[in-house]
Design a protein around this ligand. Structure first.
Ligand code: HEM
Length: 132
């Protein structure tokens, strides 16, 4: 397997992930707001290239990027379902397993970091609720 085959496969997985996300009613409106899709796909593919193979292609910080995006808490589970399907369809079994483990871990950190509060009924929230 050459590096370019590997990178092409990772990019294709990202395209497939967004194709699946576009079919999901919770993720679709969030993804529709991404201004430059090919540019974004490149960044996300570089992230996974680095996560799987330590290529150094991605040097950013995903957390602050997600602080700026508005999405409901239930988006996390939808995101993981689409991601699991995309990686199992496109990546090798070993890559898929590592990517999924990483994604589950990051989802957990994002949940805690981005939704630190709770509404009165216990639903995770991004905002501190005012008590009356
Ligand atoms: C509810 C779950 C998630 C949603 C709705 C979501 C949505 C988005 C959106 C809309 C962007 C583009 C932001 C922009 O360019 O302004 C983005 C960027 C990104 N997302 Fe997510 N995301 C989620 C979870 C995750 C997870 C779990 C990971 C990794 C495991 C991840 C990795 C990334 C990366 C690497 C970028 C690019 C960051 C950069 O520009 O440096 N996302 N996400």
């Amino acid at each position: 397997m050459t590096d370019s085959e590997r990178e092409a496969r990772i990019y294709h997985m990202v395209e497939r992930f967004y194709e699946l996300g576009d079919q999901d009613p919770v993720l679709a409106p969030v993804f529709a707001a991404i201004p430059d899709r090919p540019g974004h796909f490149r960044i996300v593919a570089d992230f996974w290239s680095h996560a799987l193979y330590g290529t150094g292609r991605y040097q950013g910080s995903p957390f602050p990027v997600h602080m700026r995006i508005d999405f409901p808490f239930e988006a996390f589970e939808r995101w993981l379902v689409a991601f699991e399907q995309a990686v199992s369809e496109v990546l090798t079994p070993m890559e898929a397993e590592i990517a999924l483990q990483r994604a589950r871990h990051m989802t957990q950190s994002f949940k805690v970091g981005l939704f630190p509060f709770q509404t009165a009924d216990g639903t995770p929230s991004r905002h501190l609720q005012r008590r009356s």
